[in-house]
Design a protein around this ligand. Structure first.
Ligand SMILES: NC(=O)c1ccc[n+]([C@@H]2O[C@H](COP(=O)([O-])OP(=O)(O)OC[C@H]3O[C@@H](n4cnc5c(N)ncnc54)[C@H](O)[C@@H]3O)[C@@H](O)[C@H]2O)c1
Length: 385
């Protein structure tokens, strides 16, 4: 008989939906060594969390995350709350001996992330930070190709852009993502963190950075309704935006590659536009999340008269994660990135050994975020601490 793993999930909105779906689907598509039970869903308002419980398929609802964390029947704590509560919940979950899956950014700052890493290490619990884009099959294929030398033995450039437009309208209200006391930073921790993670995953550790950050709209209408993550209604009075709207930075990886990253929520027409290009001594790779089933590859060793970017449709069963899904050409989407991630996490929990990206990766990511912030503030180059 397979072991049963009971999950307690804190938060139930945008990520709560994506995570509930992943917990429901992972064991139906992947051959997992445990059965997953969607045991307890948790939020602050009884009626809303009960409605979410019914809709998302959880067995019971709670309005107190401490009760969930200390419930002896719970094996896994899944944290999908805004950033200001990640550390407190994760540290309590580690102390209660639970395996932990935490949304990104791991914490509000380096000190919080350090405390979270110390807590999971002391308790020796399996931990993961939800940088789900690592488990897009095309990205996992890029990783494999780089490791196998498809780009040569030297990487020259990592260029990444994460562009959205959901707050480009100055009338868009002051949701939690625009308030530093809840979110820590703005576009930087929210979406730059993802392309930093992909850079660390695909190219290596970042050594030094030089950044520029901007808040284009400094006052916004206060929130009228209880808007969710990326949508909300504006009220009449206004409040101060206390985070960055956009960030761009350059840097150097420890292996000598140059980094060039931009993250913005002010690029009209760009919705969840993650574009990457990596150039090495033998070739290049390019990726666009809005066409996420494809990976572009240029091999400089192809015969000169037929060189050009290959357009790899990453849907074959031989590609990473895809033997769990559909026949070739039957494409997958956003939600699959979470299912793939959660399948690996469940295997890690059963084996008692964390898989990447761990809380230590979340901390390393935060160190890069922090160095870029410091650099933008001081108009200086900064070493990643
Ligand atoms: N991996 C990704 O690509 C990705 C995408 C979006 C968001 N995120 C991250 O996920 C987290 C949540 O973002 P979201 O967009 O789902 O936010 P959201 O505003 O849509 O949902 C937050 C949820 O947390 C609940 N909540 C807040 N404080 C709570 C508390 N003290 N106790 C219990 N519940 C509480 C809210 O009621 C709500 O259900 C953030 O850390 C964000 O950065 C990650």
């Amino acid at each position: 008989m397979k072991r049963k793993l009971n999950v307690g999930m804190i938060g139930y909105n945008f990520m709560g939906k994506a995570h509930s779906n992943a917990w429901r689907q992972a064991g139906k598509f992947f051959d997992l060594p445990a059965e997953i039970e969607l045991k307890t869903i948790c939020g602050r308002t009884e009626s809303s969390v009960e409605a979410a419980r019914k809709q998302l398929g959880w067995q019971q609802a709670s309005t107190d995350w401490r009760e969930v964390v200390n419930d002896p029947s719970i094996d896994i704590i899944d944290i999908t709350t805004p950033n200001d509560s990640h550390a407190e919940i994760a540290i309590a979950a580690a102390q209660a001996g639970k395996a932990i899956l935490c949304e990104k950014p791991l914490g509000m700052n380096v000190a919080e992330c350090e405390a979270m890493v110390a807590a999971v290490e002391k308790a020796n619990v399996v931990n993961m930070v939800c940088h789900n884009y690592r488990r897009i099959p095309a990205i996992a294929l890029a990783k494999k190709m780089i490791e196998e030398g498809a780009l040569g033995d030297r990487i020259y450039h990592y260029r990444a852009r994460y562009a959205q437009d959901w707050i480009a309208d100055p009338k868009f209200p002051l949701v939690w993502r625009l308030q530093a006391k809840i979110s820590g930073s703005g576009t930087h921790g929210d979406i730059d963190a993802h392309i930093i993670d992909l850079g660390r995953y695909l190219v290596g550790e970042i050594d030094e950075v030089c950044g520029l950050m901007e808040t284009f709209i400094k006052e916004r209408p206060l929130l009228e309704s209880t808007g969710s993550g990326l949508s909300a209604e504006a009220g009449k009075t206004t409040g101060e935006v206390t985070v960055d709207d956009a960030v761009s930075w350059i840097g150097r990886f420890k292996n000598g590659a140059m980094a060039n990253l931009e993250a913005t929520r002010f690029a009209y027409g760009r919705k969840n536009h993650i574009t990457l290009e990596i150039n090495g001594s033998k070739g290049s790779l390019a990726f666009n999340f809005e066409d996420m089933n494809r990976l572009q590859y240029f091999n400089a060793e192809d015969p000169a008269d037929r060189r050009g970017f290959r357009d790899i449709l990453v849907t074959e069963g031989s590609h990473p994660f895809l033997n769990a899904w559909w026949p070739p050409g039957h494409i997958i989407g956003y939600e699959h990135t979470f299912v793939n991630t959660f399948a690996d996490f469940v295997k890690a929990v059963v084996e008692g050994k964390s898989v990447q990206p761990t809380f230590a990766d979340g901390l390393a990511n935060e160190r890069v975020l922090s160095a870029v912030e410091k650099s933008a503030k001081n108009r200086s180059w900064e070493k990643v601490g």
